[in-house]
Design a protein around this ligand. Structure first.
Ligand SMILES: Cc1ncc(COP(=O)(O)O)c(C=O)c1O
Ligand SMILES: N[C@@H](CCCC[NH3+])C(=O)O
Length: 443
């Protein structure tokens, strides 16, 4: 049985299953809150992108944006599936190195890369740095000269395209902290600047217009904008891009109101648009790179919670509190993100009422789901929230000194712990006593 379009099934006990594993048993064994990933679904998402490029005969790199969910285990799966990797920090790069990710397939992003991050990237011979700003050109050039090395780069362009998404996750519009602006000529300046820096090898351009996008329109527009630059540089300097990178942002289904396009449709439209642009310019097809994050892991993950206290305000609302909330999933509080869920131990029962799921942080805004239809609900029921695989665990915090949840992978009917639950000692592991005036006791 498919649950309301989410690819999960219900077993004979009436329990929700993910990857043929009983979620109630997972909650019992590993505790809650618990992030659970269906690895087969991650693989399927990877293949949907890669296979379309292969089918179209286009040379491509599908680069997993690891900010969506970066742990050693997921990077191992991503590597098995043949994807490249986008990292944005020393921490993400370190995780990739510890996962033995091939360094030539790692790309470094960031709007304020530190010297330490650039050095780590250079020393590990990563495949590409996506340069974001003028300061970075100078910094990278100095470091490359000091180390007598060269580095392939792309320029991140802000094409001035507004994608239809939440303002906080819109990145390609002109008033953005990311990249070189196209409209005001910054990107032209960067292009001329890099000509005098032979250690920096400009391979092409990059843009990322935003996240959770449901149409191909904004991507098409952004590609066309980028090719206006290529056209100009091709005419003046014979510049031919080896690579064009159009970022990530492909939307997924969180709720029944979301209508994501199949990955293949995005890829086909990107390829079609690039083909039309290169034909106009009579230049060869560049390698196409994309950077999906959410659409690789988002709908492969769920979160399991245990139901605790309940509060009914007659004629207003019924609050049902769970043992997690904004500390393990900040997205509802940060972006008003909407989720769907189900009582995992009553997954075969039809909804009888509507409740609102409250987190346990000391914030009125810590509401995970407003107005969720559920079967009868009791203490210790297990709530499963769907499509939490991207930017859920990755954005988890220790607010209120909650311990970060464990993460379990399921595949072929078996489960494996891949991130341990934090302990109370983890919570204080970096705390030190303040020793000055330690003789002043309890005044
Ligand atoms: C540069 C860049 N690439 C890729 C991504 C991944 O986006 P998404 O997870 O929406 O696919 C992001 C995040 O928005 C990003 O900033
Ligand atoms: N973290 C955001 C998306 C930002 C992606 C990074 N540029 C989300 O949860 O939707």
């Amino acid at each position: 049985m498919i649950i309301d379009n989410h690819p999960f099934s219900v077993n004979e006990k009436g329990h929700l299953e993910i990857g043929n594993v009983d979620t109630v048993e997972l909650a019992n064994e590993y505790g809650t809150p618990l992030y659970v990933y269906d690895v087969a679904k991650v693989r399927k998402n990877c293949r949907a992108f890669i296979n379309t490029f292969t089918k179209l005969g286009v040379k491509a790199q599908v680069t997993y944006a690891s900010k969506a969910f970066s742990t050693i285990a997921i990077l191992e799966v991503i590597n098995q599936e043949g994807l490249s990797l986008d990292v944005v920090s020393e921490g993400e790069l370190y995780t990739a190195l510890k996962a033995d990710f091939p360094t030539e397939k790692i790309h470094l992003h960031g709007n304020n890369k530190s010297e330490a991050e650039l050095i780590m990237a250079i020393d590990n011979n990563i495949g590409c740095i996506i340069i974001d700003n003028f300061y970075e050109i100078e910094l990278l050039d100095r470091l490359l000269k000091e180390k007598n090395k060269q580095m392939d780069v792309l320029f991140r362009v802000t094409p001035g395209v507004e994608s239809e998404t939440h303002q906080y996750i819109m990145t390609g519009n002109e008033d953005s902290k990311f990249g070189f602006n196209l409209q005001n000529g910054q990107i032209e300046h960067a292009y001329h600047m890099v000509q005098g820096h032979p250690n920096i090898k400009l391979k092409g351009l990059h843009c990322h217009i935003g996240s959770q996008i449901f149409t191909t329109k904004s991507f098409t527009l952004a590609i066309e904008m980028l090719f206006t630059l290529i056209a100009k540089w091709n005419q003046t300097d014979n510049f031919i891009p080896e690579v064009m990178n159009f970022g990530g942002g492909f939307g997924i289904r969180y709720t029944k109101d979301d209508r994501p396009l199949p990955q293949a449709e995005h890829v086909e439209k990107i390829v079609e648009t690039v083909e039309s642009e290169i034909t106009k310019l009579s230049i060869p097809m560049p390698e196409i790179w994309i950077e999906p994050g959410r659409s690789i892991v988002g709908d492969a993950g769920i979160t399991l919670y245990t139901v605790g206290s309940m509060k009914s305000i007659p004629n207003v609302r019924e609050y049902v509190a769970i043992d997690g909330g904004m500390a393990d999933n900040i997205r509802p509080a940060l972006y008003q993100a909407k989720y769907e869920g189900i009582i995992a131990n009553k997954a075969d029962k039809a909804p009888t009422k509507t409740v609102s799921i409250a987190g346990k942080c000391c914030e009125s805004g810590d509401m995970l789901i407003w107005d969720l239809p559920v079967a009868s609900i009791e203490h210790n029921d297990i709530l499963a929230v769907f499509s939490t695989g991207a930017y859920g665990y990755a954005m988890a915090s220790n607010y209120n000194r909650f311990q970060k949840p464990a993460v379990v992978f399921v595949e072929d009917g078996t489960a494996q712990l891949v991130v341990k639950r934090e302990t109370l000692d983890d919570i204080i592991k970096n705390d030190l006593s303040y020793t000055k005036n330690s003789n002043l006791t309890g005044r």
